[in-house]
Design a protein around this ligand. Structure first.
Ligand code: NAD
Ligand code: MG
Length: 392
């Protein structure tokens, strides 16, 4: 039977890769719904090619122009952020691929978890800020949350070599990003272009900046805590510049099981869709003989303060990860807009963590309010002391 897929965020890096994977898996898989935020040209092109039953643009101005352009195709274009939740909850959808960027994907991810469907989750920020709500909702409804993030897909695959009780620890690998060999002073003054120049992966702008600061790995530590029910002490990070070993699981007997592949997101996307089966796919093949060697080194937690903070925030739990994530989203936006230097991103995150009053037992509304407070605190800080932030 054909599996019906909804892609939330089809115009993004993950979304585009997913369309390619699903195209190659036809007719076993079919896209019945897709959403995007504001890229009208690309979205219209995708809708014309795929002809989904449902299409939605979260930005209403973009939706209007898309609607005009798609007149006569028979595809109705829905509009507004609430449409993500509606699409995620449709009865006729079997698998929802969450590929939106940032906390904006949270209400939809929660809706899929509540609806008892399969959620293939690339969108890590909702797991970071609402891991407990999401996993608890999935447990109650019987929904399956499958990782798409390459490290978590690797851990998920490696975990199948033993039982959960036999897992000693998880080793998340990280490329080290474009500043692995740059000294701290130069890194803090890096340009947007330098920070966007990732050595191994091609991804959307926000996650690429997060990889340069190693905030991405910090978010992934918290993501792993929730996806695999681990304690923070069970998670290690190892720098692996070749990005071939996507992560590892160490079992109690000392065996370390790793998953390897080229740095190609089409593989973890496909595995989340076809799980528990494996089928031939479009991902590039690994040629270890051409690579020659694989290298590993410990991360520099003094230089990459975001990673050190990530471990701390993961231990604190409650509202700390919400503040941590939202401050980063706002700071990365300011960096990409040329308003602050690279080094100010982590300064702003630290500032928000310092001034916020920690809370626990949070509802979705609490989480969203804390997320909003953190973004506003970044804006206030930038308005009050722009020169202080700019010099750092
Ligand atoms: P991207 O910026 O390339 O694409 C983001 C998508 O989300 C687009 O389709 C956009 O239209 C949509 N979107 C943006 N803002 C939105 C909003 N406010 N409401 C609804 N939709 C919105 O991002 P990406 O690189 O594809 O990453 C998507 C998610 O997957 C992120 O959470 C990222 O951390 C995670 N991820 C990405 C990769 C990768 O290789 N790109 C790897 C692992 C995990
Ligand atoms: Mg990753």
């Amino acid at each position: 039977m054909t599996k019906k897929v909804a892609i939330l965020g089809s115009t993004g890096s993950i979304g585009r890769n997913a369309l390619e994977v699903i195209g190659a898996l036809a007719p076993a898989f079919e896209v019945v719904a897709m959403t995007a935020h504001s890229k009208v040209d690309l979205f219209c092109q995708q809708v014309r090619a795929v002809r989904p039953k449902y299409a939605a643009m979260t930005d209403s101005v973009a939706a209007q122009s898309c609607r005009k352009r798609l007149q006569g195709t028979g595809v109705e274009v829905l509009s507004g952020p609430n449409r993500l939740v509606e699409i995620a909850s449709l009865d006729e959808v079997d698998i929802v691929l969450c590929a939106v960027v940032g906390a904006a994907g949270l209400p939809a991810a929660l809706a899929v978890a509540k609806a008892g469907k399969t959620v293939a989750i690339a969108n890590k920020e909702p797991l970071v800020i609402a891991g407990e709500l999401l996993t608890e909702a999935a447990r109650r409804s019987g929904a399956t949350i499958l990782p798409v993030d390459s490290e978590h897909s690797a851990v998920f695959q490696a975990m199948q070599a033993g039982s959960a009780a036999e897992v000693e620890k998880v080793i998340l690998t990280a490329s080290g990003g474009p500043f692995r060999k740059t000294d701290t002073a130069h890194m803090q003054r890096a340009t947007v272009e330098q920070a966007l120049n990732h050595p191994t992966w091609t991804m959307g702008p926000k996650i690429t900046i997060d990889s340069a600061s190693m905030m991405n790995k910090a978010l992934e530590v918290i993501e792993a805590v929730w996806l695999f029910r681990l304690s923070v002490d069970q998670i290690d990070v190892l720098i692996h510049p070749e990005s071939v070993v996507h992560s590892m699981v160490e079992f109690v007997d000392g065996s370390v099981i790793a998953q390897l592949g080229t740095p190609d997101m089409r593989l973890p996307i496909q595995y989340a869709l076809t799980y528990p089966r494996r089928v031939a796919g479009v991902a590039d093949r690994l040629r270890l003989d051409r690579l020659g060697k694989l290298t590993f080194e410990p991360p520099d937690l003094k230089k990459f303060r975001a990673l050190a903070l990530g471990f701390e925030v993961a231990r604190r739990g409650g509202s700390a990860p919400v503040v941590f994530n939202a401050a980063n989203e706002a700071a990365v936006e300011a960096f990409l807009a040329g308003r602050i230097p690279f080094g100010a991103i982590v300064e702003l995150i630290e500032h928000c963590l310092d001034v916020h009053n920690e809370r626990t037992h949070l509802s979705l509304d609490d989480l969203l309010a804390i997320d909003d407070w953190s973004r506003q605190e970044v804006a206030r800080r930038l308005a009050d002391a722009p020169q202080t932030v700019a010099q750092k």
